[in-house]
Design a protein around this ligand. Structure first.
Ligand code: SF4
Length: 253
């Protein structure tokens, strides 16, 4: 019995060491906040997760966008470069770091964002994925509070979470844009809430008073106009599928 426990203990110890070794290796190569040429031009850094339903390394399924609605059917992050194996791997590693090594992730993020290069700059949380839990959202609010000279912004389908549950915890340097196409669209008040919609028709987007942020994404967070217009992407099968409706209209159907 005792022998068996010793064997088990050894096994557990070995697992922990090899896990740490593995994590350190992954973290060593991980670029926490990334920039493409458009984001660089606008002074924005991005953090992202895999989109929607994900298969974890263990084989279990995990949903990073629990309140995604119709957007899931048009999701840009389910095609193109997002599906390249190296990109998928990098996004999955980030998710698993948050899920399985949260304290480490939080420390690493805080250390990273404290660097002078982020002063006065913008961090866009989630190119893909969303706030999959209240704890994860609170972690981001903590990071924003720790780094008041950096502006954090995010498009989200988690309307209830930010509009009601966490309303009083959101610091001024954390800007939320409620994004149409999710299961909580009805909670978005288009008169007062900063929000975004994806339009099938560019002229309609402008005529309805939505700001075109195509050239500078951070305008979604700082422009006086709280109506953020996103013109549909250029992916052929999505254009066909989207037809003559915006995301808000598809979700209402
Ligand atoms: S919330 Fe964003 S990432 Fe998630 S399914 Fe919708 S469009 Fe894709």
């Amino acid at each position: 019995m005792d022998d068996q426990r010793e064997v088990n203990d050894d096994f557990i110890l070995e697992s922990v060491i090899s896990d740490d070794y593995l994590w350190n290796n992954i973290i060593y190569k991980m670029v926490l906040l990334t920039q493409n040429s458009d984001l660089r031009k606008s002074g924005i850094y991005g953090w992202t997760l895999p989109a929607h339903w994900v298969t974890l390394s263990s084989g279990k399924k995990f949903n990073t966008c629990p309140n995604a609605g119709i957007c899931g059917a048009f999701c840009y992050a389910k095609s193109g470069t997002y599906q390249f194996s190296n990109v998928k791997k990098a996004h999955l590693e980030k998710l698993e770091l948050v899920l399985f090594n949260r304290a480490k992730w939080l420390n690493l993020m805080n250390e990273e964002i404290s660097k002078p290069k982020y002063t006065g700059k913008f961090i866009r949380i989630h190119d893909a994925g969303d706030f999959f839990s209240e704890q994860y959202a609170q972690d981001w609010l903590y990071l924003a509070k720790q780094n008041p000279k950096t502006i954090f912004y995010t498009y989200t389908k988690e309307v209830e979470l930010f509009k009601y549950k966490l309303r009083l915890s959101v610091p001024p340097n954390f800007i939320v844009i409620y994004s149409f196409g999710g299961r909580q669209d009805k909670m978005i008040d288009t008169d007062v809430d900063r929000h975004s919609d994806v339009f099938h028709d560019y002229d309609e987007m402008i005529a309805k008073g939505y700001n075109d942020i195509g050239e500078d994404d951070k305008q979604s967070a700082i422009n006086q106009n709280h109506k953020v217009g996103l013109y549909r992407n250029n992916i052929k099968h999505f254009i066909k599928k989207m037809g003559d409706k915006n995301f808000s209209q598809w979700q209402k159907k």
